[in-house]
Design a protein around this ligand. Sequence first.
Ligand SMILES: [Zn+2]
Length: 437
Amino acid sequence: MSFELTQASDLASFLDSAVSPAHVVYEVTRRLRQANFQPLDERSAWSYQPGQRCFVTRGTGSIIAFETGHSPPSESGFLLVGAHTDSPNLRLRPNFDVRAQGHGLLSVEPYGSPLLHTWLDRDLGVAGTLVIAGSGPILFRSLEPIARISSLAIHLNRDVNQQGLKLDAQSHLRPTITLEPAGVERSPLWDSILSDVSKRLARTVELQEILAFDLGLFDEQGTRFVGTGRELLSSGRIDNLASCHAAVTALTSAQSITDATRVVVLYDHEEVGSRSSTGAQSTLLSDVLFRIATAASPLDKEAYARAEAHSLLLSADMAHAIHPNYADKHDEEHRPRLGGGPVLKSNANQSYSTDIGAMAAVENASRAANVTLQKFVSRNDIPCGSTIGPISAARTGIRTADIGSPMLSMHSCREVMAAADISPYIQLVKAWLEMTP
Ligand SMILES: [Zn+2]
């Protein structure tokens, strides 16, 4: 198998295993451990050595991995890559058990901004985290498709193709999980969960032992390569797990350490504005960078500020490729195409954080990696999206550039990117981590 094909199939298996932010962190941790990264606890005291490979998690959906350089961060800075672990979906409400018209349903709440109609008529699974009394958080993933949100037949909604589908998020999104709810005391979803958890903990777990949960729906179909030449990778969560995968693959495979300290930060909650104890607006990144910089230079009171001034951040999030059926949605001179390679995103109003210092550094990294960069700027009459780049830049003062890989159907239950874009994305991020800031 060629290098490119290996990386495409590796991303496919990453996507299939990472069905919730907590599953992303689990899979990233597994890969980091294989590459000799050691866990660090935020509650412990940290020490510093050059060439140290460590990772820190906060909450269930955010993780930072780093590899210290030859010289302390106050002298050579941090080379950072940031991405996010969360994707829009439908999350279960605390009292999710609902019955109507002989159906056992789930009460759900949209997380972020999903394209709601794409969740209809799919075979869905349930995944996320549970906290059980006496144990830490535990991952759950249904092994079968157990839920389905059925669309209304056209015979009962005659104008739908002319008027467009209008969905009421409160009443039209409840998935059916059973047709036999009558006389059943609790949702059969609890039976699946309790039987799974009991097996894994090797004891009988009762419902009252579940103290908390964060569960959501995912598309059970999994990743497929589509097209006559299998050019397209179709999957849920490509935004932004393709970037998490590129960052972790680049960090674990980058050439032997240089002077700078390499950092990968993967945040939860980007899709809902990053305002949480673990999102990009939190202290997570600045806390970790401060602790590395001061552990490396304990006598230097300016170590952290000096380290920040040396540093560069690459904010990696997916980019809008030109859509063949909606070509007028892009500015004519800025039309990244699927298969055309990574995209540098900029916005004069700082919805993307790309400043000229970091822009030049991305250009250098792309030349070192022999990867062509495409450019994206949104149309003046279509508001620009945003990402963790501007938030992290504002919180840390670190020069930042926003990049991504081109994709279509962003925020759909099933998104798509070109298989040919996977390897160049990883190569660019790797070249970034290998440069001198
Ligand atoms: Zn994103």
